[in-house]
Design a protein around this ligand. Structure first.
Ligand code: SF4
Length: 353
């Protein structure tokens, strides 16, 4: 039986991963994970060298969605105590996007809650994109506005949108247990519309929704068949007040296996560590960057991420560079001064234990 490293050799030589390969990666023993990361990282290096794409989310409209996606803090049934607001004005949206660009992002993801945009919403976003690109001609814009109707993808493309995100989220065989107000086919239809209009399709998944290993594999192969250019891999953030509030199925090692599986199935696609990175990978975020080649900077749609500077330090410290950034490794903003101990032994202050 070939090892994962043997199969990586085959894939580097032009072979494609099978579902058995993907399952073998997902089911690798925990003690083999570092070897797994080292092997699969060769694919990441071949296609993306030492670059990390840095994306920045702007939530244009938050909460109050009529759909019932059980994992989502913005769904109408969600009791999660999130920010809820209607559409940002264009100048607010530009200001938020500009902050992300100053922070090091090269792609801005303009997102709105809801089943899908009206034509008026599309015009609103089109005008934001025009204004953003006037000020920042090099920015890449991804829109994520929900299910698209005929003609909307073309209008967004004509306005300057580069990519469209709509996640399939999970396997078709698991879809109806995570949402009932739209179908898996609806989601695929929107990704297909975006691609047909010439937008770069971005579609990914959420792991940790009660799916089986074979369903995770099913989802990844569906994304491969959809030919999604970028694949956000989210790890479920179980917000209080949502049906998944007590669901906790992932470990940091499991998350690495999921990212490694995504990389061998779609070796030349942008694999993005998306929501739940800090919460689920925890101290293994660095290893994950040797598999994935893309992250979100700073905060997510309704939850806070780690400090943006910590994201950039993660990239630098591991020998990667931000894709498209003129600034290569360093200068480092971190302090180099040891923090003098003022607590624990020899003091009256509480020890760090
Ligand atoms: S359609 Fe989008 S915003 Fe609405 S509940 Fe589903 S994931 Fe959340």
């Amino acid at each position: 039986m070939p090892t994962i490293s043997n199969r990586v050799d085959d894939i580097l030589a032009g072979d494609t991963a099978t579902q058995q390969d993907a399952l073998a990666v997902l089911r690798a023993p925990d003690e083999d994970v570092l070897d797994l990361v080292a092997a699969v990282a060769r694919l990441r290096r071949k296609f993306f060298s030492n670059t990390v794409k840095v994306n920045y989310l702007v939530n244009l409209k938050s909460g109050l969605c009529p759909e019932d996606c059980h994992y989502c803090s913005q769904s109408l049934g969600s009791q999660a105590d999130i920010l809820k607001y209607k559409w940002l004005q264009t100048d607010e949206a530009i200001e938020q996007a500009a902050a992300g660009l100053r922070g090091g992002a090269t792609r801005v993801c303009l997102v709105s809650s809801g089943r899908g945009p009206t034509n008026r919403d599309v015009e609103r976003v089109a005008s934001m994109v025009g204004a953003l690109k006037d000020e920042h001609p090099d920015v890449e814009v991804c829109a994520c506005l929900g299910l698209l109707k005929d003609g909307q993808a073309e209008r967004l493309r004509d306005a300057g949108v580069d990519a469209y995100n709509h996640n399939i989220n999970t396997a078709e065989s698991h879809h109806d247990s995570i949402v009932t107000t739209h179908t898996y086919a609806d989601r695929v239809d929107t990704v297909t519309k975006a691609k047909a209009a010439g937008l770069s399709p971005c579609s990914g998944l959420i792991a940790g929704l009660g799916e089986s290993d074979t369903q995770l594999v099913e989802a990844l192969f569906a994304l491969k068949d959809l030919d999604s250019d970028s694949i956000p891999v989210n790890f479920l953030m179980p917000f209080d007040g949502t049906p998944f509030e007590h669901t906790w199925e992932l470990t940091p090692l499991r998350c690495l296996k999921i990212l490694a599986m995504a990389r061998i199935v779609c070796p030349d696609k942008e694999i993005r560590i998306a929501g739940g990175r800090e919460m689920h990978l925890r101290s293994l975020q660095a290893q994950a960057l040797h598999l994935a080649n893309s992250i979100f900077l700073g905060d997510y749609l309704t939850s806070e991420g780690q400090a943006a500077e910590a994201d950039l330090a993660l990239i630098r410290d591991n020998g990667f560079v931000v894709l498209g950034s003129p600034e290569q490794v360093g200068p480092h903003a971190e302090s180099h001064d040891p923090a003098i101990r003022r607590r624990g032994a020899g003091t009256a202050a509480v020890p760090n234990a």
